[in-house]
Design a protein around this ligand. Structure first.
Ligand code: NAP
Length: 253
């Protein structure tokens, strides 16, 4: 089976590792190329966009792809939409790994919002010290609220033209520990955290630290996904692949 994995998440990397040495699968991992030094997988990989739905259709046809697993970030809504539409056009099996979203616990002070602009509005007119952990692509809306101080953490330093004027940058890749997150929040006298509900274990420690310190968290809710077959984790994706292998044997292919 020729399998295309759309990556950028720890689940995509774990799936790639799990498939090493399985003679039934010829996997390729596709990365968007968002980070300067991505964690490279132990399987064949490609980096960069396909060129929209049409480009992904061409890629699947030219590479004789049999199945696609979309293990992109929960906020990579465009890529997921393209995967859904391209696989439907090609008649290729498609599965999404959609890790569970974080859920508030007792003591959490979450303010749920739909998008970045709403997050900016929630911060209000009074200057605050804000910890932004939203990646580096969607910082521009915060330029509309230049009276806040922003502590911005992303894997690579963000492009300067996206930054609000009063910003401190930390380039770091998770996982992060709760004690370190608490120390960071205290050291920078953070009053509010803004984050996307990625559901990632590696970056959940800031939520526990915010709970300990009684800090509000502006939580950006996930975009909607197309109605595709979905599993919550890599184990589910491996079961899906096993079922496809079993079905191929029954069909004698
Ligand atoms: P997106 O808006 O869904 O995708 C934009 C375009 O990037 C896609 O149309 C596609 O280009 C290309 N692309 C995305 N993922 C790809 C992949 N795995 N392989 C090949 N091309 C890919 O996604 P995004 O711009 O990457 O990010 C959107 C949100 O996801 C942001 O909030 C970001 O912080 C978050 N996020 C993304 C990643 C990641 O690795 N992509 C990681 C962490 C967080 P074409 O149309 O040309 O095919």
């Amino acid at each position: 089976m020729r399998l295309l994995i759309l990556g950028g998440t720890s689940e995509a990397s774990a799936l790639a590792r799990a498939l090493v040495g399985d003679p039934r699968v010829m996997p390729t991992l596709s990365l968007a190329g968002r980070t300067i030094a991505p964690v490279l997988p132990p399987i064949p990989y490609r980096i960069g966009g396909f060129g929209g739905v049409a480009g992904l259709v061409d890629h699947c046809r030219s590479q004789a792809i049999d199945a696609l697993i979309d293990a992109t970030h929960p906020f990579a809504a465009q890529m997921t939409d393209h995967a859904y539409r391209a696989t439907a056009q090609c008649g290729i099996a498609c599965l999404r790994i959609d890790r569970p979203a974080w859920r508030p616990e007792a003591g959490d002070r979450w303010i749920n919002v739909a998008d970045m602009s709403a997050a900016v509005r929630v911060l209000g007119d009074v200057p605050r010290r804000v910890f932004l952990t939203i990646g580096q692509q969607e910082l521009a809306p915060f330029r509309a609220a230049p009276w806040h101080h922003y502590l911005i953490r992303s894997v690579d330093p963000p492009p300067p033209e996206l930054l609000p004027p009063d910003a401190t940058i930390i380039a770091a890749r998770g996982p992060f520990a709760v004690e370190d997150e608490r120390a960071l929040l205290i050291a920078h006298r953070i009053a509010t955290i803004v984050t996307k509900n990625s559901g990632a274990i590696a970056t959940a420690a800031k939520l526990a630290a915010a709970r300990d310190l009684g800090l509000p968290v502006v939580m950006i809710d996930r975009p909607a996904s197309p109605p595709m077959a979905t599993v919550p984790d890599v184990a589910g994706a491996l079961e899906w692949l096993e079922a496809r292998h079993a079905a191929s044997i029954r069909r004698g292919v």
